[in-house]
Design a binder for this molecule. Structure first.
Ligand SMILES: Nc1ncnc2c1ncn2[C@@H]1O[C@H](COP(=O)(O)OP(=O)(O)OP(=O)(O)O)[C@@H](O)[C@H]1O
Ligand SMILES: [Mg+2]
Length: 366
């Protein structure tokens, strides 16, 4: 069902995206490492899951979930457990091959087609064995791997670099909403990174165009047996800007309530819940990030205006520090630079996030 709010697993539930799907599969055949990029709620996980399902030798690990469920620190044990769970949820035919390949690895026990990793199992040993079968390891929201181990994820990258150089049947897909952060983390252009100099494929998932968004709504409502006026579709598309996650949320709720305002309100509530964790994570790094986002959302979108807004609320800030904060927010895909009337301005990438930030600012009287 198109308006199902969970990530899609099969092509029949995925609207459009044929090109991206083929591109992703082609890239995985061609490159040992593939990056799948796109802003929050744009449909990365769905695309990844559908592709892995069709390729049949893929393993899916949600690193963001791993990060939040293990209290903000990803240990070797938690990654090993996640891998064990992912392997045990594979289709039986492929799982049989995997269990055969892993049977002789120290620290792995096999009961039927169920695997168990003991804590002494070595991940490089597991990768070596998986190479005999040829496996795609997909890490969703991979920028959270920087919280793996004690050295900002370097041990993990060293393992990937080893696989890149020696295990020709292994493939890695890293998806991420924080485009620049993911590039920085992998560091293929950074001399200090274990992955320095490695080549990778890159695919970007974009929001739907206006026309595709309209078509998405028509199809979704038709599927639900509902007739909806073009005017309403037009108004919704205008507000949600082609981001499939929000379109689905609206569609799903409109079918329930048949009320535009209530459906839109539930999009905002859902988005607030969804963004809560991410905004808290951002605030933990610096409260100023939140202030900057609020400033931009409220229309203080030029350098001087942002600086004034910030200084009035959190004290003086040197220019290089502000430049750095803005650059980081861009890397995390919260904001982007635009040039209007010959002036550099910043805008919030996702209009729903901008609305939430304005609401929070009003509530806090900022
Ligand atoms: N092409 C599509 N067709 C139908 N539904 C889609 C499509 N792309 C995304 N969706 C829906 O949008 C929502 C968000 O999709 P998904 O979780 O795949 O995105 P994401 O980019 O991984 O988001 P997040 O930033 O939350 O990880 C889900 O409800 C999913 O079902
Ligand atoms: Mg996702």
């Amino acid at each position: 069902m198109l308006f199902d709010p969970r990530p899609k697993n099969s092509r029949k539930d995925l609207f459009d995206r044929e090109e991206e799907l083929e591109e992703l599969k082609k890239a995985v055949r061609r490159y040992p490492i593939v990056l799948l990029l796109g802003i929050r709620r744009v449909g990365k996980s769905s695309l990844l899951k559908v592709a892995l399902n069709e390729l049949e030798n893929g393993i899916y690990i949600d690193v963001r979930e791993l990060y939040f469920s293990s209290g903000g620190w990803i240990t070797v044990d938690s990654l090993t457990n996640a891998l064990e769970r992912a392997l045990n949820s594979l289709k039986p035919s492929f799982r049989r091959k995997i269990t055969e390949a892993l049977r002789s690895v120290k620290g792995v026990t096999v009961a039927g087609v169920t695997l168990k990793f003991e804590s002494r199992v070595s991940l490089p040993d597991v990768l070596n064995a998986l190479n005999d079968v040829g496996v795609i390891m997909a890490f969703d929201e991979a920028q959270y791997l920087r919280y793996y181990g004690a050295r900002g994820g370097k041990e993990f990258l060293a393992m990937v670099a080893y696989a890149y150089d020696n295990l020709e049947n292994m493939r890695f897909v890293f998806s991420g909403s924080e485009v620049g952060s993911l590039h920085d983390f992998l560091g293929t252009a950074n001399y200090d990174s274990p992955l320095y100099g490695r080549v990778y494929g890159e695919i970007t998932v974009k929001p739907f165009s206006r026309e595709l968004s309209r078509e998405f709504f028509r199809r979704g409502f038709e599927e639900a047996g509902m007739k909806v006026e073009e005017k309403l579709i037009e108004r919704t598309v205008e507000l949600l800007d082609g981001i499939p996650g929000w379109l689905v949320e609206f569609g799903y709720n409109y079918i329930e309530t048949r009320d535009f305002d209530r459906a839109m309100e539930s999009v905002i509530l859902k988005a607030e819940k969804f963004m809560e964790g991410e905004l808290r994570e951002l605030a933990r790094r610096s409260e100023r990030y939140i202030l900057i986002l609020k400033a931009i959302a409220m229309g203080f979108d030029r350098w001087e205006l942002i600086k004034d807004y910030l200084e009035a609320r959190s004290g003086k800030i040197p220019n290089p520090r502000l430049a750095n904060l803005l650059r980081n927010l861009e890397k995390m895909s919260w904001i982007r630079k635009v040039y209007r009337d010959g002036t550099k301005r910043y805008e919030i990438v996702d209009p729903v996030v901008a609305r939430i930030l304005r609401k929070f600012s009003r509530q806090a009287g900022l």
